[in-house]
Design a protein around this ligand. Structure first.
Ligand code: FAD
Length: 474
């Protein structure tokens, strides 16, 4: 199991092609816009070595026969899924932002199931790859989302809006297209590409799951911009150490050897993978986001204490509401994991209804939590001058007078970062769209609900059917 220092060092040997606007970033590891996101991932490695979190952050692997980082681990029991949520909350609280390793973890579990369904050869290839990933404790970026273009057209009508196979050679395939919104892509060792939608017969070239080194020739990454990202590394960053990251990845005719191709045109197993991934990842939001909201609630509680309003009933009620909403999200994520069941492959899967309800809550409740945080923080959260003014001989005393001191100003910056600064990318927009936009969850809820059973219960209690309980009542 790598240490955080070993993880960061291992990133230096990659030669990734990463662009920030029109400039190629030669040294991403030390770049001020990237380093905070690397520090967030590094926390997943750190916790594996801290005595109080070691047991939670690592797990026994049946593939390697030893302990591995939980982020490369297979869900071999319901406990693994529950522990995942618990670990995510700790990480969300420790970093205050996205730590970028969950998509890869959820994706490799979904792909284990899908390759098992695809057949022994696909499965054996995948297991060989995963064993090496566990041994090297690699950071895996899970890449599903295609650009998709016009939703009324099929993929073949607009092929460059989808990642696809453009050539089949004796020793491997050549792929081309884009994957959007890739969390932690520039901080990964490998990109695990997966189909982002369901396909029909005749569309097999789009049904592709494969692993590609982040620095493979032809892999081009464009760094996503975030509000206030130029403040990273400055006193006005808000979150002094950590950050999130998304990149767009363009695959310009990238060669993938067959050893790293896990699905190639198997439509049924690919659909299984999509459903499994959606369940895992929608429950994951019940871990990380509550951890982030612990920090936001803590920030406004501290501000309220420092400014002398914390004992007022109205203020306490707002803090209680923030906590209630946070625990609502967490509770359903935990419940989905506790109610998990075993798939034929041996891997455990979350309860689909509760996982989707968890994510549906995440598309809504965070907006109320951040509204309450902005209410409690006051207007200075939006009008605060730069913190460097504290060091200015003339402006320093003015800054002290208007803010009450550097401590309050720094907390206000943190609230700003999380609600509408760089940190709002994972804390608002990712809550909305990550793991699928709200409608995607409503579709699953609609399909999963036992409508017939519910209607029968109602008919029964209305005395409309001659069921056992109606007969007994007679
Ligand atoms: C911060 C962040 C991090 C992310 N990280 C990852 C990652 O690591 N890996 C990854 O693969 N993806 C990632 N995603 C992508 C995420 O899964 C997608 O954003 C999500 O699935 C929505 O897809 P989209 O962005 O293309 O939006 P769209 O699909 O364009 O959705 C926009 C709107 O159109 C509606 N819509 C779309 N199609 C239809 C239709 N046929 N009928 C009716 N309504 C429709 C949607 O419901 C929604 O309201 C991330 C996204 C964000 C914002």
């Amino acid at each position: 199991v790598k240490t955080s220092a070993e993880y960061i060092e291992s990133l230096r040997s990659r030669n990734i092609e990463l662009w920030l606007d029109g400039d190629r970033i030669e040294n991403p590891v030390d770049h001020p816009l990237i380093r905070p996101s690397i520090e967030s991932v590094a926390m997943t490695y750190d916790l594996a070595h801290q005595p109080d979190t070691h047991a939670l952050a690592t797990a026994h692997s049946e593939l390697t026969g030893g302990r591995v980082n939980r982020f490369t681990h297979l869900f071999t029991g319901a406990d693994d899924l529950v522990d995942k949520i618990k670990l995510q909350r700790i990480l969300g609280r420790a970093t205050g932002t996205c730590f970028q390793r969950c998509v890869g973890m959820d994706a490799l579990n979904a792909l284990f199931i899908a390759t098992w369904e695809a057949g022994p050869e696909n499965h054996a290839r995948f297991v060989r790859w995963l064993t090496k990933v566990q041994q090297a404790d690699e950071m895996i970026c899970g890449a599903m989302t295609d650009a998709k273009g016009n939703r009324r057209k099929r993929a073949a009508e607009q092929p460059d809006a989808f990642l696809r196979i453009v050539e089949r050679r004796e020793d491997g395939i050549v792929i081309r297209g884009a994957k959007l919104h890739q969390t932690g892509g520039a901080n990964a060792h490998q990109i695990l590409v997966l189909p982002g939608g369901t396909y029909r017969e005749g569309e097999e070239d789009f049904v592709l799951a494969a692993a590609i080194p982040a620095d493979a020739p032809g892999v081009i990454m464009l760094l996503g911009r975030q509000p206030s990202d130029l403040r990273k590394g400055t006193p006005d960053a808000g979150n002094s150490t950590y950050g999130g990251q998304e990149v767009t990845v363009w695959f310009e005719n990238v060669f993938v050897p067959y050893e790293n191709v896990f699905l190639d045109g198997q439509i049924g197993p690919a659909t299984t993978m999509l459903t499994a991934f959606a369940g895992y990842h929608r429950a994951s939001y019940g871990g990380c986001k509550p951890g982030n909201f612990d920090v936001l609630t803590g920030a406004v509680a501290q501000l309220a204490e420092d400014s002398g309003i914390i004992k007022h009933a109205a203020v306490r009620d707002k803090l209680v509401e923030m906590t209630h909403l946070t625990e609502t999200i967490h509770g359903v994520g935990l419940a989905a994991s506790h109610k998990s069941t075993q798939h034929g492959s041996g891997i455990w899967q979350v309860d689909p209804m509760l996982a989707n309800v968890c994510k549906q809550n995440v598309t809504r409740l965070p907006y109320e939590i951040t509204r309450l945080a902005e209410d409690l923080a006051g207007g200075l959260v939006a009008t605060l001058p730069g913190l460097e003014s504290f060091d200015h001989p003339k402006l320093g005393p003015i800054m002290k007078n208007i803010t009450g001191g550097r401590r309050r100003a720094s907390l206000l910056r943190l609230v700003e970062y999380m609600t509408y600064g760089a940190g709002s990318v994972p804390l608002r927009i990712e809550c909305m769209h990550g793991a699928g936009s709200p409608q995607a969850q409503r579709i699953v809820i609609e399909r999963t609900a036992d409508w017939a059973g519910r209607m029968a219960s109602a008919r029964n209690l209305a005395g409309l059917e001659d069921t056992a309980s109606v007969q007994a009542a007679k």
